[in-house]
Design a protein around this ligand. Structure first.
Ligand SMILES: NC(=O)c1ccc[n+]([C@@H]2O[C@H](COP(=O)([O-])OP(=O)(O)OC[C@H]3O[C@@H](n4cnc5c(N)ncnc54)[C@H](OP(=O)(O)O)[C@@H]3O)[C@@H](O)[C@H]2O)c1
Length: 255
């Protein structure tokens, strides 16, 4: 299958840890140039960049891109860094997310707004900037948003702001896709179930049997299984898909 990703440039927000690392590696394995965005995890981002810039990833290249997705003024400089190095950005992967925990009555307005600033406003601003750049250059591109099953099912462990923000992300995926479809700019999302990363490691340890009993496939996902779907959505293999959110939950969401 022809993916046509060789030489293309991707910005992966939150690329330094968890699913983001697997996404950066998978895109690099297709010969892409990757901007590994980080907020706090500079060392991890630089280690991943060093790995991608070896012969292990023929044709690929990477740079580390600092920036807090939840801070509006830090969005454009991420794209500027990639454009200065590689000329343009072809693929935007909105992967970074904030996930506070607790019951309904525990959240402050500030915590709600912080969650939305990263998971919704950050995605909006990054996508707006990306689409403006594509239009200015007269080129096409792809957005892949990392949503969650929590957008559809909520969380049994209490993550109301996060769950709500992912619902907004799914709506935004459709709304932007509808506006940009005729320009050849595709916007899709993937909704993972539980994936073994730091975001869920503690909960998994505490309630592993409960979670396993809910997942028809009887296991948690590896980050690489989500990354493969991102490669598909970013590539020409999904050329007639836009505005969709793919279910990657091991059957948890099947009806
Ligand atoms: N793990 C799961 O079970 C699961 C399930 C469904 C959906 N997801 C989704 O998958 C995506 C990745 O999750 P994960 O499990 O890999 O999470 P993770 O291991 O907790 O990593 C989160 C990543 O997001 C980055 N990040 C957080 N806030 C940021 C900000 N304001 N600006 C820039 N980067 C920021 C972190 O970078 P720094 O360390 O540099 O701050 C880190 O790289 C998220 O969108 C999450 O909602 C995960």
């Amino acid at each position: 299958m022809k993916l046509n990703l060789e030489g293309k440039v991707a910005l992966v927000t939150g690329g330094s840890r968890g699913i983001g690392v697997a996404i950066c590696r998978a895109l690099a394995a297709e010969g892409m140039k990757v901007g590994v965005n980080y907020r706090k995890s500079k060392d991890a981002a630089e280690a991943l960049v060093a790995e991608i810039n070896t012969d292990q990833y023929p044709g690929a290249a990477a740079i580390a891109v600092p920036g807090d997705v939840g801070t509006a003024v830090e969005i454009a400089p991420m794209f500027d860094a990639l454009e200065a190095e590689y000329g343009q950005v072809d693929i935007l992967v909105n992967n970074a997310a904030y996930c506070p925990g607790g019951p309904l009555d525990s959240y402050t307005k500030e915590e709600w707004e912080l969650t939305f600033s990263v998971n919704v406003t950050g995605v909006f601003l990054a996508t707006q900037h990306f689409v403006k750049q594509l239009r200015a250059k007269g080129i096409t591109g792809n957005v892949v948003n990392i949503s969650s099953q929590a957008a559809f099912l909520g969380s049994t462990s209490g993550h109301l702001p996060y769950d709500s923000s992912k619902g907004a992300l799914n709506s935004m995926t459709v709304a932007i896709a509808r506006e940009t479809a005729s320009e050849g700019i595709r916007v899709n999302a993937v909704a993972p179930g539980m994936v073994m990363t730091e975001m869920v490691a503690r909960l998994w340890e505490q309630k592993k049997d409960f979670y396993l009993s809910r997942i028809p496939m009887g296991r948690i996902a590896e980050p690489e299984e989500i990354a493969n779907i991102v490669v598909f959505l970013a590539s020409d293999a999904s050329s007639f898909m836009t505005g969709t959110t793919l279910d990657a939950t091991g059957g948890l969401m099947m009806r």
